[in-house]
Write a protein that binds this ligand. Sequence first.
Ligand code: NAP
Length: 289
Amino acid sequence: MSAEIIYGRELAEDIRERMTKEVADLRELGVVPGLAVVIVGNDPASLSYVRGKDKASKKVGLESNLIELPEEVSQEELLDLVDRLNHDSNVHGILVQLPLPDHINEDEVIEAISPSKDVDGFHPVSIGRMMAGKETFLPCTPLGILTMFKEKEISLEGKHVVVLGRSRIVGKPIGQMLLNENATVTYCHSRTKNLKDFTQNADILIVAVGKPGFISGDDIKDGAVVIDVGVNRIEDGSLTGDVDFESALEKASYITPVPRGVGPMTITMLLHNTIQAAKQLNQIPQRSS
Ligand code: NAP
């Protein structure tokens, strides 16, 4: 058996095409969805991420404002900026790229963002609403994974989902979101004992650990759906996931590659959330994009 490969990049392109039309319709109504992306310092990986977000936003017709601040910016200056963006009616989504330098209190910055503009879905209000199963901004990487399942019509109800990793941005929220979809969810992490006992019993295995080749074909059950969230740069400079793709391909029913898998969906969901924010703030009825 060889799995169907879910190319997130292709799905993302289709979704962005639909979004471009939706943004054009909104512009005709006088609503120009605006995203402000804030980056502190000049970490090359973070700069490359935010420039990618900025470029993708502009391509679908959003107004994107990339604000680059020096490493030495103070907590107060950053909070002032967030406050100004909260009150700027042309800005519907605010994203502060993480991690922030050590002298900045990250939680305080995230909590300063208005929940109505929290397009990253990291504000405690957004997290609380997600836990309660209420409509809210969902964090982009898990929302990208959920959208993949929906686009591929992979059923979730009653499925045993095993999530490897319990980070705030991937592991915890994807588990909660799939629980909300009536899956049965098990979380595993670095203290989990006998990891294989869990992974080999997963109908759907989501791997977000950050270790190249951490999971191989032997670790999964026949016909499992395998979602590889990991992005690891290896010695030859190329990117690879947390799953040994070749061996898992033989056992899985669906599998995502790295690159071109989950990554492109993440940015697309940021655009989705920004469009939803613009509609909410302008009281335009929602439709799926
Ligand atoms: P993280 O915050 O470093 O969390 C890693 C998780 O893996 C932790 O929960 C950790 O457990 C667990 N873990 C580590 N070693 C383990 C082991 N031996 N057995 C079982 N669990 C283990 O990472 P993250 O931010 O979630 O990111 C995970 C990966 O996804 C990274 O490669 C990252 O680059 C990638 N990522 C990709 C996207 C995308 O858009 N494609 C977005 C975000 C992240 P403990 O909690 O016990 O320490």
